[in-house]
Ligand binder design. Structure first.
Ligand code: FES
Length: 101
């Protein structure tokens, strides 16, 4: 099972391969906004995937279009609700602000 390391706290949690990153972060007890309940519509679950980007699911069109519309997006940006975990450990960075609307 992949281990998700959540920065900046450094908390780690094991999650099943194929499970949703948003659910893994929430089950760790870390606060992460998710205003549209995972429909790639609000952008509030914007995070950076710092390590392990290649092992997670690829960006699909709805996520790409939402990311394109929000502020502070970079090459490591993903919407946590759209990321399915692969079989490798990953490290993600929660943003201290909600960049979506
Ligand atoms: S929860 Fe709204 S885009 Fe992820």
């Amino acid at each position: 099972m992949p281990v998700v390391t959540i920065m900046p706290s450094g908390k780690t949690i094991e999650a099943a391969e194929g499970s949703r990153l948003l659910d893994a972060v929430m089950s760790s007890g870390e606060a992460i906004a998710h205003k549209c309940d995972g429909n790639a519509e609000c952008g509030s679950c914007h995070i950076f995937v710092q390590e392990g980007r290649k092992s997670v699911s690829k960006i699909q069109r709805p996520e790409y279009e939402k990311l394109d519309s929000i502020i502070g997006v970079g090459s490591k940006s993903r919407l946590a609700c759209q990321v399915m975990l692969g079989n490798e450990n990953i490290s993600v960075e929660l943003l201290g602000f909600s960049s979506g609307f």
